[in-house]
Design a protein around this ligand. Structure first.
Ligand code: ADP
Length: 395
């Protein structure tokens, strides 16, 4: 490390004998340190709560509160445990020193304290403490920067959402020809504008969800929900995609499936994301299936399967990372941001469930997730009602 650590420190010397305190005080001051004295552990703890110290030189045998008790209190206090302690004891007291090391003391010195050894041990402890302090400060700075970044992204996505939604609305009006007729070339251009703005609206939505999740500010309203209507809304949202790619979409949900405890809007978001991925990453004319079942442990499991491109084994571990997209997804031309699955996983977990997948490249993928039922004890083994739809996706 090129920058030299500044080693002038504030050191607390704890010893019941005045002569010992004075010897250490003199030696430490000669080394350029500031010294504060305490007669026993209790006084030391009081001082430690009033001001900052870089190092504690601790005697073991003292009245009121001895070295062992002092160490126990220090090391169980979050605000003090990082301050290094050098135990100063008699040469014939090895057992006590060993006990102090077990209790968390950083190092030890024998009385009478030898000047060169004192200097070396104090310096070594202070260097370690300063490095630790710098790491803590760097971590705090990184956390603050991350928080600021989150706030910025959230503000930008919020501010951009309205104008972009406006552009999407106007392009819809143009396309519907409610403003006037368009020739083919104009329609094609406006359609491109509308599709790109829709992509931007969804990207901004994902970004604001992601920052809210990262900062812990996303609020979920957990209520009893039937799975069926949530699936119906999700199917409606992906209807155009399924129709455009001529996929067959079938839904199979037992009629007496217990209600789940979930945030209705977020449940639809999870289902829409998984169905939309299944549609996007499956070649035209593929088969998409959504099934649900009750698990014994008071959970329901929902599975979305496709006959699509699959996820290569080498990247499966990264699939829930924010912004991650497989090469196939990027070259396949399907729009996407790589944020959907990361958000989906966090939403499932926040609602007390889990999400996982199995995939075989070239054969297909199944994403499954669980959610708790309203009453964990409720049993349901209903007959499956299968609703198959081709392209239309109606339930
Ligand atoms: P996006 O779809 O916007 O790229 P996601 O986070 O939803 O983002 O998905 C991340 C990546 O995971 C996708 O880009 C794709 O590479 C892969 N993926 C997701 N679902 C599937 C699926 N059903 N089949 C194959 N690959 C998938």
């Amino acid at each position: 490390m090129d920058e030299k650590l500044a080693l002038a420190a504030t050191i607390l010397v704890v010893d019941d004998l005045q002569a010992n305190r004075m010897v250490l005080e003199r030696q430490l001051e000669r080394l350029g340190h500031r010294v504060v004295l305490a007669e026993h552990g209790l006084e030391a703890i009081e001082l430690l709560h009033k001001q900052q110290f870089d190092l504690i030189m601790l005697d073991i045998m003292m009245p009121v509160m001895n070295g062992f008790e002092t160490l126990t209190v220090l090391k169980s206090d979050q605000t003090l445990r990082h301050i290094p302690v050098v135990v100063v004891s008699a040469l014939n007291d090895l057992e006590s020193i060993a006990r102090c090391i077990t209790l968390g003391a950083e190092d030890f010195l024998f009385k009478p304290v030898e000047r060169v050894l004192l200097e070396a041990r104090v310096e070594a402890c202070l260097v370690r403490k300063q490095l630790h302090d710098r790491e803590v400060a760097a971590l705090a700075a990184a956390e603050a920067a991350n928080k600021a970044k989150g706030a910025f992204v959230s503000m930008v996505s919020h501010e951009l959402k309205n104008p972009i939604t406006g552009i999407a609305g106007y392009s819809d009006m143009l396309l519907n020809e409610s403003i006037g007729p368009l020739n083919d070339l104009q329609s094609e251009s406006v359609r491109a504008i509308r599709n790109l703005t829709r992509l931007m609206v969804s990207l901004l939505g994902d970004l604001s969800d992601l920052t809210a999740l990262e900062s812990g500010h996303l609020r979920l309203k957990l209520e009893p929900w039937q799975l069926h209507p949530a699936v119906a809304s999700a199917v409606e949202a992906v209807q155009k995609l399924m129709a455009d790619k001529q996929h067959s979409l079938s839904v199979s949900i037992p009629p007496d499936l217990p209600m789940v405890k979930a945030d209705g809007m977020r449940l639809v978001q999870i289902l829409t994301n998984l169905l939309s991925n299944a549609g996007k990453y499956t070649q035209a004319g593929g088969e998409i299936r959504l099934g649900a079942r009750y698990l014994d442990a008071g959970l329901i499991e929902v599975a979305v399967s496709d006959s699509g491109i699959g996820i290569p084994a080498g990247v499966q571990a990264r699939i829930f990372e924010p912004f991650f997209r497989t090469v196939d997804a990027r070259t396949g031309g399907e729009p996407g941001t790589g944020l959907g699955l990361s958000i989906t996983r966090q939403l499932v977990e926040l609602q007390g469930g889990q999400i996982w997948f199995t995939s075989a490249p070239g054969e297909g993928t199944t994403f499954s997730f669980t959610l708790p039922t309203v009453s964990a004890g409720a049993q349901s083994v209903g007959l499956d009602t299968s609703v198959g739809t081709r392209s239309s996706g109606t339930l």
